[in-house]
Design a protein around this ligand. Structure first.
Ligand SMILES: [Zn+2]
Length: 241
């Protein structure tokens, strides 16, 4: 009974998230460039379009890092493991001293983990926020494939390299496609996570590497995320103690 009460007092909080894509979306690039940034959208086994959880988590972490630094929190340098907590290689003694604060302690570890690592994890600490893939609600049968040709431009010469013609598969323009999934805040998630996540989501106005080509602009619909005055106050370093 005691165990059950502990579970009830500290449940997993689930946020329901929908990305509404306002423009055509880059689905995947063939050709010379094959980085993850060029493939923000892939397909499930049954051919539905999806935004991978890793893509969403990476962008959200990056935005949260910028916001937290702007608010005065000491934040480690992702994504290189040796520059992240708890190692933080290459910091000066003064920079390192900014991580020696009580709220950077975690249970069962005498090393410090910054606010961002306490939410998104690092090689020594599991993530306290679990992300789903965002899956397109539209039946793939209703989505004709659209291919956009592109060429790679040689930066130094300013000319197109004709060997590097590629195609972007995009979703149809202006279809208002909806991609839906959930974010799960674990019971040991720090108090700051909700307000920081909400603020960071509003900074993500596009996904993918091709927004300059007019691909991938989006807006968010967020359900189940209630942020109160205390949550915002907790974002001020020292304000939540
Ligand atoms: Zn960190």
């Amino acid at each position: 009974v005691i165990y059950l009460q502990e579970l009830l007092s500290n449940p997993v909080e689930t946020i329901s998230l929908t990305a509404v894509i306002d423009t055509a979306l880059c689905v995947g690039a063939g050709g010379s460039s094959g980085s993850l940034a060029d493939k923000p959208i892939v397909r499930t086994a049954d051919n539905r379009l999806l935004i991978p959880a890793s893509q969403l988590k990476g962008r959200l972490r990056h935005e949260c890092e910028k916001l937290a630094r702007g608010l005065g929190w000491a934040v480690c340098q992702s994504p290189n493991p040796q520059n992240m907590c708890p190692q933080r290689a290459g910091l000066s003694r003064e920079e390192e001293s900014q991580f020696q604060r009580n709220d950077y302690e975690v249970l069962g570890d005498d090393r410090r983990h910054c606010l961002i690592c306490q939410i998104f994890g690092n090689p020594a600490l599991p993530s306290r926020v679990i992300f789903d893939d965002l899956i397109c609600e539209e039946d793939p049968e209703n989505l004709p494939e659209v291919l956009r040709p592109g060429v790679t431009i040689n930066r130094s010469r300013g000319t197109a390299e004709d060997q590097k013609l590629y195609f972007l598969e995009t979703s149809p323009a202006n279809a208002k496609l909806r991609f839906t999934g959930e974010i799960h805040l674990q019971p040991d998630c720090p108090h700051h996570a909700k307000a920081l996540t909400l603020a960071a989501l509003h900074h993500i106005k596009a996904l993918g590497g091709s927004k300059s080509a007019g691909l991938g602009w989006l807006r968010w619909e967020i359900e189940g995320l209630s942020v109160d005055e205390g949550d915002w106050q907790a974002l001020l370093p020292g304000g939540g103690e």
